[in-house]
Design a protein around this ligand. Structure first.
Ligand SMILES: Cc1cc2nc3c(=O)[nH]c(=O)nc-3n(C[C@H](O)[C@H](O)[C@H](O)COP(=O)(O)O)c2cc1C
Length: 220
């Protein structure tokens, strides 16, 4: 499809953001986590599906970027948590280059939050705790899939899943697969964006400094 192929003119796909001015930029708190908690609650209470879904950007050792969605499973003390497999592409990227970026694209409420940070593996006790809370079949599936390795056919995955089901028969505890881990992102910058009329959007970026957070407004 081109920008205008006669059926749908992509140039016309333009939404007029309507948020009225409420002097939000004059009321920014000193701590961006306070604002993030407020925005997350707003997204959660609205029609945003999976408000904890965030786009995670990593870069390979050669500097090639890659993005994918993961689920935020917690945020506290300046950190965001998610869970994945260290054998995956993201896992290999993070091991080589811990700089990451996160994006919460909350389109239905005309807001986004973009973060940068440093990503490391979470405390194994936290990973164990979270893994134990997953439904049994998800825990068994984690044994069947080595994330991001090539798969000859979907039937192969199904077969491995059934083999793992059989292996776990009569076993209550599904142990943590060694390739599985939590990740924590220590956030070093956080940018808030609100859609406004006439493309005069509101942006505020917080950056970590030795004395706390600085905040600056940016042109849209
Ligand atoms: C809504 C949504 C949530 C997802 N949540 C996770 C997650 O929490 N952890 C994860 O490893 N993959 C998650 N995925 C799958 C990832 O997007 C990705 O396909 C997978 O992690 C492999 O990425 P990689 O090969 O770049 O490492 C999710 C995908 C979607 C669409």
């Amino acid at each position: 499809m081109t920008v205008d192929d006669g059926t749908l003119n992509l140039a016309d796909l333009r939404r007029q953001y309507a948020s009225d001015s409420d002097a939000w930029l004059e009321r920014l708190p000193a701590d961006p986590w306070e604002e993030f908690a407020r925005w997350f609650a707003l997204a959660h209470g609205s029609h945003v599906t999976e408000p904890n879904a965030m786009v995670l950007a990593t870069a390979s050792p050669e500097g090639a970027p890659l993005v994918r969605t993961v689920l935020m499973k917690g945020f506290e003390a300046g950190e965001v948590y998610f869970f994945s497999q260290r054998v995956s592409r993201k896992g290999r990227h993070i091991a080589a280059n811990p700089s990451v970026a996160l994006l919460f694209p909350w389109h239905p409420i005309e807001r986004q939050v973009a973060m940068t940070g440093v990503c490391t593996e979470a405390d194994p006790a936290l990973t164990e705790h979270y893994f134990a809370e997953r439904p049994r079949l998800s825990r068994i599936a984690a044994w069947a899939s080595e994330q991001s390795s090539p798969l000859a056919s979907y039937a192969e995955l199904d077969e491995r899943f059934h083999a793992e089901l059989a292996r776990h028969e009569g076993i209550d505890e599904v142990s943590l697969p060694p390739r599985w881990t939590g990740y924590r992102v220590r956030v070093t910058s956080m940018e808030f964006w609100r859609g406004k009329a006439n493309r005069l959007h509101e942006r505020a970026i917080y950056r970590e400094t030795p004395d706390g957070w600085s905040v600056e407004l940016l042109n849209p």
